[in-house]
Ligand binder design. Structure first.
Ligand code: SF4
Length: 430
């Protein structure tokens, strides 16, 4: 593994910049790093460390071993209603519920598409903030119109047959903030600004709800578990670092302390908060880092991803490279393909050179994402021919590249769109 080689970092002259600023004049939003402190949710069992949970039950007059029993119900079997915990004295269940298990998420709506293999939930938090999560199932036969009972035996059987070719997997995309302060002009969430950070309890509750849905067998493919978690819903996870890291630790801790997922199944994304990437490098958690780059040159990235005005392309790539080097985890470079904005072959070449300059040891993978435009957006996805050429150029430099499947397009115009349209709806009400 060699140190980054900067010889190829000079931007070529032929890069095309948009004729007009990307944000409408007068509409540029400020970058917001500090979330308002107001409107925190009530403390929840999930927010406590294992030691604090034991202390919490002893405060209620219960022996410490009850914490383990409760954790087995809650994290091990996804029984999130303490009134069903029959091994807990009946008179204490209500006390426990009131003290440590307040409701954190209220479902506002659920939309399904792709034959019910994509499920998008919009949640209301206790203060009215809206966040969303999307569950995607792979390797199953999607339900067809007119199939009344999802997850029926017949359906599971069919899924089993298709599963001989592809394992059934479930990926959950979750939010980490209500809104976002990173102000990316192509993103619905960014345009709404940052309301507040989500608590660890609120973050993990999205996972528990998905686990309950999957365990119920109500989706095509029959009962299952969440295999992968991606922090790519609303918000910039690294701007809510403490709560996100506590959530990751809860995800990987085995029951009764957590859900017991593999860290390798967890992806934490960032637009490039360099100090937090450096901090993540030291955590000893082999999660996948996904860097939302979206442009390989500072000139365009300053506009497309405003955090770039603070941390430049070379700085974020160096931090990502160091992450890969220390953790031995391949970094994913996320690149939204926007027609005539960032999709030119010359930018593919510059991206390839900047990645190659940091070594050839398989440290990086590029994930191209066709833009799913927000309503009224002046931008749209790249032409297929331009997308193919972008892929070809990257591959000619031996950079591994995939084009992300655009699951949930019917319901997911872009991250934050569902919450944004719900906000519009609420605002329009007298
Ligand atoms: S793209 Fe991500 S980081 Fe940028 S504003 Fe949207 S949610 Fe925030």
């Amino acid at each position: 593994m060699s140190a980054p080689d900067r010889r190829n970092h000079a931007a070529p002259k032929a890069l095309v910049l948009p004729a007009e600023p990307l944000a409408e004049p007068g509409t540029e939003l400020p970058l917001v790093f500090k979330a308002p402190k107001r409107n925190k949710p009530a403390p929840h069992w999930i927010d406590l460390t294992p030691d604090e949970r034991r202390a919490a039950v002893t405060e209620l007059g219960l022996p410490a071993f009850r914490a383990g029993q409760m954790g087995k119900h809650y994290f091990g079997r996804f029984e999130t209603d303490p009134s069903t915990w029959t091994d807990l004295p009946a008179d204490l269940r209500a006390t426990v519920t009131e003290k440590w298990f307040p409701n954190l998420l209220t479902q506002v709506s659920q939309q399904r598409c792709d034959g019910d293999t994509t499920v998008k939930n919009l949640w209301r938090l206790h203060d009215g903030s809206l966040v969303e999560s999307v569950l995607m199932r792979y390797g199953v036969r999607p339900a067809r119109a007119g199939e009344a009972e999802l997850g029926s035996e017949a359906d599971s059987g069919e899924a089993g047959r298709t599963g001989t070719h592809q394992r059934v997997r479930s990926t959950l995309c979750i939010s980490s903030q209500a809104g976002c302060g990173m102000a990316c002009p192509f993103c619905a969430t960014g345009q709404g600004g940052l309301q507040r950070n989500m608590s660890t309890g609120e973050i993990i509750s999205q996972v528990l709800e998905a686990e309950k849905l999957l365990a119920s067998g109500a989706l095509p493919g029959g009962p299952g578990r969440v295999n992968n978690i991606v922090f790519m819903g609303m918000g910039e996870p690294m701007a809510n670092y403490k709560a996100v890291m506590a959530a990751v630790r809860t995800l990987v801790a085995p029951p009764p302390d957590g859900i017991g997922m593999s860290a390798r199944g967890i992806t934490v994304s960032t637009v490039g908060l360099v100090p937090r990437i450096q901090q993540l490098t030291t955590e000893g958690l082999p999660v996948t880092l996904a860097l939302s780059l979206h442009a390989p040159d500072d000139e365009l990235r300053d506009e497309l991803v405003p955090i770039n005005t603070r941390y430049k392309v070379d700085e974020v790539l160096d931090a990502a490279w160091e992450y890969a080097k220390q953790t031995k985890r391949r970094v994913s470079i996320e690149y939204i393909m926007i027609k005539d904005i960032n999709d030119q072959a010359e930018r593919a070449r510059l991206l390839a050179k900047r990645l190659k300059a940091r070594g050839d040891w398989g440290w990086v993978h590029v994930n191209l994402i066709p833009l799913n435009p927000t309503p009224g957006s002046k931008w749209t996805a790249s032409r297929k021919a331009d997308e193919r050429e972008f892929v070809r150029v990257l591959e000619s430099y031996q950079i591994p590249v995939t084009v992300r499947d655009t699951r949930g397009q019917e319901i997911d115009g872009a991250c934050g769109q569902l919450a944004a349209s719900e906000r519009d709806l609420v605002a329009a009400q007298p």
